[in-house]
Design a protein around this ligand. Structure first.
Ligand code: ADP
Ligand code: MG
Length: 325
């Protein structure tokens, strides 16, 4: 239940059309991908929503970090060097973001991320020596994808696609729904949101961005969204406090420790969720100045940065569009 309440993005259907004219949305939801997944269709049937959820389950068998039988887990054990097209595509895209972000986003952080257990009863940070050793196997340049074959320079390198897979999966679900003729829908993979079309009344969806502190259901402001993906990475998603220090799950590949850049969250608005997912994690690691410069250099990508002090900064394309609450 906690995960369900901790969704980074809260969909606010503000305003509204006359109730008598509003079609009743159909919804399918479940705990999948280590979060609460919900699919809401404004012009589709229950069967289609359920099928989309089923598709999510299929992707989980490829990308899951926790399932020892997932295709990713088998690749990490080097049981095969040929993978599915889907896995090859996400690894290739992840490596591209490694290049684009100068290594701030790095899918080879697996040896480091597996040292952390944020779900433990009494979570504790790993030993510094273990982090230092794990870091020697990190480096996106050590992985190569050709077609569907994946080659590792370092036999110990472990891939962690937790910063990009959900965005990719949201894109695949959107593709499926559009092919089924759906024109108005919200796919919510816990912090990874994809809006198909507009609200049934023709207005934009109003997407709330979570206030990093206080009530989990509170928004700090809203954005009007149509046919875009909205993905947030926040330190509060998985974290614990020990002796006054907050340890969270977005790690700096240069130190191996939680990225401390004065940010509480970064939200990316983009055409594809996979780009938004990678970029939200990357911008969190890069910090506001370098993150904003990166976003401004990319076509069709916008961002909302929220500082630990709750200051809100938006990229140029969102100027005047963020409504504080
Ligand atoms: P979530 O939506 O699950 O909160 P994010 O998109 O914010 O996840 O990405 C954080 C996850 O990505 C971590 O849980 C970890 O699996 C992985 N990760 C952590 N640091 C990095 C990094 N610097 N580059 C790539 N992936 C990372
Ligand atoms: Mg991400």
């Amino acid at each position: 239940m906690r995960r369900m309440l901790s969704l980074a993005l809260l969909l606010l259907l503000l305003g509204g059309c006359a109730p008598a004219a509003a079609p009743v949305p159909v919804e399918a939801g479940n705990f999948l991908l280590d979060t609460y997944v919900s699919i809401r269709l404004y012009d589709g049937d229950e069967e289609t929503a359920r099928e989309a959820l089923e598709l999510c389950r299929t992707y989980e068998t490829i990308f899951s970090r926790t399932d020892a039988d997932s295709e990713l887990a088998r690749l990490n054990r080097r049981e095969s060097d040929t993978v599915s097209q889907e896995l090859a595509d996400v690894i290739a895209l992840g490596l591209e973001y490694g290049r684009l972000t100068g290594g701030a986003f790095d899918i080879t952080m697996g040896t480091v991320t597996r040292l952390w257990d944020f779900h433990a009863q009494e979570p504790a940070p790993p030993e510094a020596a273990a982090v230092a050793e794990a870091l020697t196997h990190v480096g996106w340049e050590k992985v190569h994808v050709e077609g569907t074959s994946v080659r590792f320079d370092d036999p110990e390198t472990v891939l962690d696609l937790g910063g990009i897979a959900k965005g990719y999966i949201a894109d695949r679900l959107a593709e499926y729904l559009r092919a089924e003729g759906v024109t108005s829908a919200i796919i919510d993979l816990g912090g990874n949101l994809c809006c198909i079309g507009r609200r049934p009344d023709g207005r934009d969806f109003q997407v709330g961005i979570r206030r990093p502190e206080g009530e989990q259901s509170q928004s700090i402001g809203t954005l009007p969204i149509r046919d875009r993906s909205v993905v947030t990475s926040g330190w509060y998603e998985r974290c614990f406090t020990l002796d006054g220090t907050v340890y969270h799950h977005i790690l700096s590949p240069s130190t191996g420790w939680p990225a401390e850049t004065g940010l509480a969250s970064v939200t990316i608005v983009s055409g594809l969720g996979a780009d938004g997912d990678a970029l939200s994690t990357a911008c969190f690691v890069l910090g506001q100045e370098a993150g904003l410069a990166l976003v401004e250099s990319l076509e069709g990508v916008e961002a909302v940065f929220i500082g630990r002090d709750l200051t809100v900064t938006v990229s140029s394309g969102l100027a005047g569009r963020f409504s504080p609450l």
